[in-house]
Design a protein around this ligand. Structure first.
Ligand code: AMP
Ligand code: ZN
Length: 475
């Protein structure tokens, strides 16, 4: 039985999809990127967590997953960073960031969601939702902007479901408003559902609405786009920083406008830290996937680092920890390669192998079912590798059984996704050439090194010299 920690109840709860009968589908909504810069590896940690969640629902439980991840392509930070004068400017600015986001997603082996709606393409749905909220009496207009009436909503439905806010903190005097998309939990004021375009810019970076030209607030984007999946969702996920105000506001908007719960389970992943502080673009302490690669690491090393930690624990990033993850990955990969080689016959019996596989599968599943404890699941896989290697060394793993072990390993990898990323692994022959070239370089035999480089190139690969030694890339 799968148990997931639900921020709503602050408890691990048994999870089952709402849909009954055949082909049960899990409706999953995940807050996606704001496309105003490259994703940092903190963002990527959250996306990898959501991917592992999705894979466990699919492979561990056989459910179908219908995941929607929005792309926030209009929002305060985008307008500030792009200095866009028109909507076309906004699109021209966000597009390369969006492309880069998808490139990162693919490199990390993150399965694609079923849909990636863009905020700018769903403004009609947002306007309709705001109208419903207004008709229900929970929103009001001021000077061409529309605000959510937090106090009024709270009296009826309780505001603060995720963060348990004491209503005495509902900032300032009654009806005080906030226009910024992001704000502090100390003063949850009436937030903007619709933002009027500033004077002098009317009609350029906005849309026409019943309240004049303007644009949607960030929070309403998600409530409107999530409703593309029939509500309530089974799971809504994101990182902890979104709990307040973003998710709290999403819940309030959907309840106020559509009279129902947005989601049954709210999952929040902890942050990636660097030097003990949250990695954040605004703090200038970010590391990107491009930088990770430039340092000679593969995306799969980063993924390995992420899955070795539980998603609800903070993770402090260091290059040493990435190096350690790389070594773990290599241990796994070596075992995998060893299993793929011909083994010959092993003696009869093999109960040890059967038991090893069954025990590991049980341990792996129990860990994953316990609120996606990937740290423990990965530990189970590494014990499996150790014991599997011992069986090979002892000549107790013949070709037949090897297939079973390989199949089990594939099963674990379907969930963790730390092996299949290696589509770019060079064949042994090319690796040998690269080793020879490195040796030639070390003894300053540059003519030989150059000759070997050309041979590698002929085989369809290039060698790059990184701070961590040479690395092969497919040309
Ligand atoms: P953004 O592009 O800033 O809207 O963020 C995209 C996703 O990354 C959201 O789910 C954020 O909560 C998450 N996120 C932002 N910073 C971090 C971090 N340091 N560690 C983990 N997740 C983060
Ligand atoms: Zn969202």
């Amino acid at each position: 039985m799968l148990k997931l920690y639900n921020t709503l109840s602050r408890k691990k709860e048994a999870f089952e999809p709402i849909g009954k009968g055949r082909g049960k589908t899990v409706k999953l909504y995940t807050c996606g990127p704001t496309t105003y810069g490259p994703a940092h590896i903190g963002n990527l940690r959250t996306y990898v967590f959501e991917d592992v969640l999705r894979r466990w629902l699919e492979h561990g439980h056989g459910w179908k997953v219908k995941q929607v991840m929005n792309i926030t392509d209009i929002e305060d930070k985008i307008l500030a960073a792009s200095k866009a004068k028109t909507l076309d400017d906004v699109r021209a600015f966000t597009k390369p960031h969006e492309e880069r986001f998808f490139a990162d997603v693919d490199k990390l082996g993150i399965e694609r969601a079923e849909a990636y709606p863009k905020a700018t393409e769903h403004v009609g749905a947002m306007i309709k939702l705001i109208e419903r909220i207004q008709a229900a009496g929970f929103a009001y207009e001021r000077d061409g902007s529309v605000y959510f009436d937090v106090r009024k909503y709270h009296r009826k439905h309780h505001y603060g479901k995720l963060l348990k806010i004491d209503s005495k903190h509902f900032g300032g005097e009654k009806g005080s408003r906030i226009d910024a998309d992001e704000y502090d939990k100390d003063s949850p004021r009436d937030f903007a559902l619709w933002k009027r375009e500033p004077k002098g810019t009317v009609g350029v970076v906005g849309w026409r609405s019943p309240w004049g030209h303007g644009r949607p607030g960030w929070h309403v984007e998600c409530s409107a786009m999530a409703a593309a999946l029939k509500l309530p969702l089974d799971i809504h996920a994101g990182a902890v920083d979104l709990t307040f105000p973003h998710h709290e506001n999403e819940i309030a908007q959907t309840r106020a406008g559509d009279g129902q719960d947005l989601a049954r389970f709210w999952l929040h992943a902890e942050h990636l830290l660097i030097d003990g502080a949250k990695m954040a673009k605004s703090d200038g302490n970010i590391v990107t996937l491009a930088e990770v690669e430039k340092q000679g690491f593969l995306p799969v090393h980063l993924r390995t680092l992420f899955v070795q930690a539980h998603y609800r624990g903070k993770l402090n990033f260091t290059w040493q920890s990435l190096q350690a993850a790389k070594e773990s990955y290599e241990r796994l990969q070596t075992f995998y390669d060893r299993l793929s080689e011909q083994a010959g016959d092993a003696p009869e019996g093999g109960e040890a192998v059967t038991k090893l596989i069954a025990d590991t599968q049980a341990r792996f599943a129990a860990a994953m079912d316990d609120d996606l404890n990937t740290a423990e699941a990965v530990a189970a896989v590494f014990d499996f590798v150790r014991d599997g290697n011992a069986l090979i060394d002892a000549g107790e793993l013949g070709t037949d059984r090897q297939e079973d072990v390989l199949e089990a390993l594939h099963g674990f990898n379907d969930v963790l996704g730390v092996l299949t990323l290696e589509v770019e692994r060079a064949p042994k022959r090319v690796n040998a050439l690269a080793d020879d070239r490195e040796a030639a370089r070390r003894r300053d035999d540059f003519a030989e090194a150059d000759r070997l480089r050309k041979q590698i190139s002929k085989a369809g690969w290039t060698v790059e010299d990184t701070p961590r030694g040479p690395r092969l890339r497919k040309r």
